[in-house]
Ligand binder design. Structure first.
Ligand code: IPE
Ligand code: IPE
Ligand code: MG
Ligand code: MG
Length: 314
């Protein structure tokens, strides 16, 4: 079974187990709409890949960890799209949850998916209780404060913020939770897997910033031009497109370098390289005309903190 098939199967299994027919029907439909759409499922696949690299001696638990992470991600997208945040009409090629079901149900869908993530872990963790507390801590770190998704989104409400810290919290932290969670679910030390999650997660948000400028709404399944529209500075804005592409490539190189020595190193490197091409294809790099320029200068620029305008993040 492919990593993607494993991720989908686990999500369906846990969703059907826990979202019972007693659930208010429109809420259940909205939750289904949010989860079972054309998401790339990158985070659960990453979690499973790391679990496999660590022996995957409890596949039910690593699947549950991957599903919990994807459910948190789906919840964050539902809330991110709402009028109070990015006010987006489409996500994954379909109407956003608040467009399809209204704002009250969108708010509750996000809430329910966050709780569902913990229900999934509690459900599967009953067979491995000695690993459960650490998995819950790991998931919470990727989502809450001080530096998970919630913190990342909250930096948008501050007058001043560091771009790199904002990106790491908003997106990177859940990737770290995915790599570390995969290791922990397999009973392995998560520490060696932090670098991969960190670099890949930051690269992912940088790619999102680039695609927000260079991508097409139809292909991405969500609106583009949002960062400029909402005055949210992005790496594409702070470094320019060519600089952002260089920065992205540097982060992907670091992600590959960060894969610990293990039997699955070559396979994981291939997965990262393939993901890199999917996110920012060679044609995009060529379009900005500078495939391998001055990485160090770009790195120095992006970590510089500056005074933003409005509620922008610098
Ligand atoms: C989109 O994440 C939001 C970001 C954090 C960049 P993905 O690009 O993984 O979105 P889906 O899950 O495939 O829809
Ligand atoms: C979304 O960030 C990341 C979340 C934590 C939800 P963005 O607002 O930049 O991502 P898209 O472009 O809507 O997917
Ligand atoms: Mg946003
Ligand atoms: Mg958004």
């Amino acid at each position: 079974m492919s990593l993607l098939e494993r991720a989908e199967k686990s999500l369906s299994y846990h969703f059907d187990q826990l979202v019972s027919p007693q659930t208010p029907p429109r809420l259940a439909a909205a939750m289904r709409h949010a989860v079972f759409s054309s998401g790339a499922r990158v985070r659960p696949q990453l979690c499973t890949a790391v679990a496999l690299a660590c022996g995957d001696d409890a596949p039910g638990l690593s699947d549950a960890m991957g599903s919990a992470i994807e459910l948190m991600h789906c919840a964050s997208l539902v809330h991110d799209d709402m009028p109070a945040f990015d006010n987006a009409d489409t996500r994954r090629g379909q109407p956003t949850v608040h467009k399809a079901f209204g704002e009250p149900l969108a708010l509750l869908t996000g809430d329910a998916l966050i709780v569902l993530a913990y229900q999934v872990l509690a459900h599967a963790g009953a067979a491995q209780p000695q690993r459960l507390a650490a998995l819950i801590r790991n998931l919470s770190a990727g989502v809450g404060v001080p530096s998970g998704i919630v913190a990342g989104q909250a930096w948008e409400c501050e007058v001043r913020a560091d771009l790199s810290e904002y990106q790491r919290a908003k997106t990177g932290a859940l990737f770290v939770a995915a790599t570390c969670g995969g290791a922990m679910a397999a009973g392995a030390d998560p520490q060696p897997w932090m670098a991969l999650g960190n670099y890949l997660g930051e690269a992912y948000q940088v790619a999102d910033d680039i695609r927000d400028v260079m991508g097409h709404a139809q292909a991405l399944g969500k609106p583009v031009g949002q960062d400029a529209l909402h005055g949210r500075p992005s790496v594409a804005q702070s470094l320019g497109l060519a600089g952002a592409v260089v920065y992205f490539q540097g982060l992907m190189d670091k992600a590959v370098d960060g894969i610990p020595a293990c039997g699955a190193r070559d396979l994981l490197s291939q997965v990262v390289r393939r993901e890199s091409e999917r996110l920012v294809p060679t044609s995009m790099c060529e379009a900005v005309g500078q495939p391998y320029p001055h990485l160090r200068a770009a790195n120095a620029l992006v970590s510089r903190s500056a005074q933003p305008s409005g509620n922008a993040v610098a």
